[in-house]
Design a protein around this ligand. Structure first.
Ligand SMILES: *Cc1c(COP(=O)(O)O)cnc(C)c1O
Ligand SMILES: [Zn+2]
Length: 420
């Protein structure tokens, strides 16, 4: 097992642990108390933090359904919940045939309460915020984080502030943030600029930050991996060879990697069986793919980003330092796909009855591209993550779908149109 995959199951809890949980810097290894001061990065070296536990769970510990089935793997035993998780793992027989693979499955995270996987992180992160006693929650967002935070903040009775790139947020997501009562600021800049601003506010303790730099949010997102492994083994036996997912800030990639490392450390997953994490970005916003291709340990921020997949229109993935080793150490890869490829994949999923927003379809577009390049073998069993629901971006769906045909409101008129 490589160094990066190692998590010490039996490290005695450091004095900083609270309820068996603490935060460890991934760069310098310093341990910090989890709930004393509000920190998002290592106070010593500015590195990313991850939650550590003095107890690693086994599958036998899990009970119930949804995210909180996995409470034993989470920093708190219950959260601000609206029944997130337990999303379907769909078979897609036509896509499987067309791609010439042993098995392709779609884990549809659009089936979460607010329509994206962000709910899994928020049920944990907003709970922690409530326990910390903060008053105002905030995030920068391409849309789905703001929708989820608005809903979970409302549920917790806390004030929510969201910073969005003006004109670049899909209609469904904006409507959700609005109705759940968030204060919505539209900034004249892209997502990365919004995150810079909200991170400044958080550093000054003016808001509690719930972007994916928040290590507790990623703990909730680990449950995607736990669900996939449990359901896959039960239905098909064994472990999927590969998990393909869209990459924006690379929070999910990091969360899945952490899920696998903990399972390996707990003796629940053979290190040789860890699924290959395969990240997909749009060609107009592909800094992480660039870093993987170049063999770099850090990403270079892209100042200009553009893609129809607005949820991954991100030039500076904040979790790159966690995700790059995750992709490499699991034998995965990263690939960029065109907007045309994304729209085609969205249509292919729709023809199987699965409605997703454009960013979600990037996973399937990426799998197709990797299959064409011969990177993915025919005997692989692959899970594609679809991150958000079709109704998030109704404009993109309408543009990609069939056009309505105006017709007079009589049976004859309809019949003659159908006869054409
Ligand atoms: C947030 C989001 C992503 C990007 O996820 P990361 O964890 O930031 O890489 C992808 N797709 C959708 C629909 C999202 O909402
Ligand atoms: Zn550090």
């Amino acid at each position: 097992m490589s160094a990066h995959l190692a998590i010490d199951a039996d490290t005695p809890p450091p004095s900083v642990a609270d309820d068996g949980v603490w935060l460890r810097c991934i760069e310098c290894g310093a341990d910090h108390p989890p709930f004393d001061a509000v920190i998002y990065r290592c106070p010593d070296c500015d590195g990313l933090l991850e939650a550590r536990y003095n107890h690693l769970p086994t599958f036998a510990d899990f009970d119930g359904t949804g995210v909180w089935r996995y409470a034993e793997a989470l920093p708190v035993d219950g959260g601000v919940s609206i029944n997130e998780g337990a999303t379907p793992l769909y078979e897609v027989p036509r896509l499987t045939d067309e791609l010439g693979l042993e098995e392709v499955l779609v884990k549809h995270e659009g089936m979460n309460p607010t329509g994206s996987f962000k709910d899994r992180g928020m049920t944990v992160g907003v709970e922690i915020a409530a326990r910390l006693g903060v008053e105002r929650l905030a995030c920068a967002s391409t849309g789905n984080t703001s929708a989820a935070l608005a809903a979970y903040g409302a549920r917790a009775g806390l004030e929510v502030l969201v910073l969005l790139p003006a004109g670049k947020v899909a209609a469904g997501k904006l409507a959700q943030a609005a109705l759940h009562g968030a204060r919505i600021l539209e900034l004249d800049g892209n997502f990365d600029a919004c995150l810079d601003v909200v991170a400044d506010l958080a550093a000054a303790d003016e808001v509690y930050l719930l972007n994916s730099i928040n290590p507790f949010r990623l703990e909730g997102q680990k449950t995607i991996g736990l669900e996939i492994l449990e359901v896959f083994d039960e239905r098909y036996g064994g472990v999927p060879d590969r998990i393909v997912l869209p990459v924006g800030n690379a929070g999910n990639t990091s969360a899945l990697y952490k899920c696998f490392r903990e399972l390996v450390a707990a003796g629940e997953l053979d290190p040789d069986d860890v699924p290959a994490l395969t990240g997909v970005q749009a060609t107009g916003a592909a800094p992480l793919v660039e870093a993987i291709d170049a063999g770099h340990d850090t990403v270079t921020r892209w100042a200009e980003v553009e893609t129809i997949a607005t949820a991954i229109r991100i030039g500076n993935p904040v979790n790159a330092a966690k995700a790059l080793p995750g992709i490499r150490e699991t034998g995965g890869t990263a690939i960029a796909v065109s907007d045309e490829g994304i729209t085609a994949a969205q249509g292919a999923l729709a023809r199987e009855g699965i409605g997703v927003e454009p960013a979600s379809a990037a996973s399937v577009a990426g799998l197709r591209a990797l299959r064409n390049k011969g990177v993915v073998d025919a005997d692989e069993r692959v899970v594609c993550l679809t991150t958000g629901h079709l109704l998030k971006d109704p404009d993109a769906a309408a543009a990609a779908g069939t056009d309505p045909e105006p017709v007079a409101a009589t049976t004859d008129a309809v019949r003659s149109l159908l006869a054409d």
